[in-house]
Design a protein around this ligand. Structure first.
Ligand code: NAG
Ligand code: NAG
Length: 432
């Protein structure tokens, strides 16, 4: 990736919609464009370290909300950019976490792009946005929205170079599909031989959370594309592993890997640096380690794979890694706790500490960014329409830094949003 190319945010906004086109278009037109959520001088914007992004995912118009990240790690809401499409809510529950997913919006530092999900009447598409390098809260759509290769897309992954985006679909046509993004030309194109089915018996919108796809990531070395799928109790779910060829194409079939004994509902996946392994949250038990070096015995994760039981957990579903503390941070929508997990050299997990965020705020998607050598965790708390910012000062020492209200500034900007529809959290930090 050429560093000279102007920065790009890629937003892949995807989903399915059962709404007829006429009323959607009417509402859509009212709800497109950009909404300013806070005034700031050019100097202030230029001094911002980066931006955090999440989705309103509203059926009447899905916006990518961007907040600037200050040098102190604090957020300021700035701008909401229309995805030029609608959001959607899965079936099987009316509450927060509408997509049963992590990765609904994803930023790439290398590619300087952000990807997010989107819905159009009768179509399922992804969109790409360019990041303004001077002001990363300013997004510009690249090209036209493109079909997601399935229905109810809910998670996106971006490769290390930032020029290949893969979408995960969880609807009746489910599986993955990948796209080549060319910032300079402003194009998004399907990559041949990447539409691959997960063969789930699902509906559009997806019915969950049990039995739905959860998250899609690239392995650390980029040679695998991995999708997680929740089980339908008592049957455990899987992670599905495809090989990625040099041209971006995927192996015809995936290798399924069940979690170690006791695992049930694989949700988010976070790469364990340098280990060819991932830490997955498991809504049924807490967390699961998947050792990708070991050949699964009978399809069950082997080697140093294991399960971590988080006592009292209700639904641990989202995760991030801190470069500074070298620990993992997971969130539980049911207990509204952040749990810090350390791994020893043999991938054995231990709970370091728990950080309650307050009953029923429903902590969901999160991301961690390094600003000036300090790590900050950004946690979407949709039931309180807030973002909680934690300063990760040291292992076992995460400190509450900020509670950012979303509802007030959204109302002032005329941006409709609801606790049950908010989803996603991803960050972008400017190059030093
Ligand atoms: C798919 O799910 C539906 C609804 O649960 C069920 O009626 C149907 O038998 C399932 N089909 C297959 C092939 O398992
Ligand atoms: C969200 O808030 C409502 C109202 O306080 C509460 O009844 C519900 O349990 C909360 N949901 C979650 C997931 O915390």
């Amino acid at each position: 990736m050429k560093l000279t190319i102007s920065s790009v945010i890629l937003s892949v906004l995807v989903a399915s919609s059962l709404v007829s086109s006429a009323p959607l278009d009417a509402r859509h037109n009212k709800n497109r464009g950009k909404k300013m959520m806070g005034k700031a001088s050019q100097a202030t914007l230029s001094s911002a370290a980066g931006a955090a992004y999440f989705l309103t995912n509203e059926p009447a118009g899905n916006f990518v909300v961007a907040a600037s990240i200050g040098s102190d790690g604090k957020l300021t809401l700035r701008q909401a950019t229309s995805s030029d499409g609608a959001g959607s809510h899965g079936l099987g529950g009316d509450g927060p976490d509408p997509l049963f997913a992590q990765g609904a919006v994803k930023a790439s530092a290398a590619g300087e792009i952000v990807a997010a999900r989107k819905v159009n009447a009768g179509s399922n598409t992804i969109s790409v946005f360019a990041i303004d390098p001077k002001n990363p809260t300013n997004l510009q759509m690249i090209g036209q929205p493109i079909g997601s290769g399935g229905e109810f897309p809910m998670s996106v992954a971006i490769n290390k170079a930032g020029n290949n985006v893969c979408a995960l679909n969880s609807g009746s046509i489910n599986g993955v599909a990948c796209f080549a993004v060319d910032k300079a030309k402003g194009t998004i194109k399907p990559i041949a031989n990447t539409v691959r089915s997960l063969k789930l018996n699902q509906t559009t919108p997806a019915t969950g959370p049990a039995g739905t796809a959860s998250h899609v990531i690239f392995s650390e070395d980029g040679t695998k594309l991995i999708a997680s799928v929740k089980g339908v109790p008592p049957t455990p779910g899987i992670i599905a592993v495809w090989d990625v060829a040099k041209d971006g194409s995927l192996s015809k079939d995936f290798q399924p890997m069940q979690p170690a004994k006791g695992g049930l509902l694989p949700f988010s996946m976070t790469v364990i640096p340098g280990k060819n392994a991932i830490l997955a949250t498991d809504a049924g038990v807490g967390a699961a380690i998947f050792d990708l070096n070991a050949t699964p015995a009978n399809g069950v994760a082997a080697g140093q794979s294991s399960i971590l039981t988080i006592a009292g957990q209700k639904a641990t579903c989202w995760s991030s890694f801190s470069q500074k503390t070298k620990n993992f941070y997971v969130t539980d929508i049911g207990t509204s706790q952040v749990t810090e997990i350390s791994l020893d050299n043999n991938l054995k997990p231990t709970i370091v500490k728990q950080y309650p965020q307050g009953d029923t705020v429903a902590t969901i998607d999160n991301d961690i960014a390094t600003v000036g050598g300090n790590d900050f965790m950004f946690v979407l708390a949709p039931n309180a329409t807030q973002v909680r910012v934690l300063s990760l000062k040291a292992p076992g020492n995460a400190v509450a830094l900020q509670t950012l209200d979303i509802a007030g500034p959204a109302k002032a900007a005329g941006l409709p949003l609801n606790a049950a529809n908010l989803q996603g959290m991803t960050t972008f930090i400017k190059r030093a």
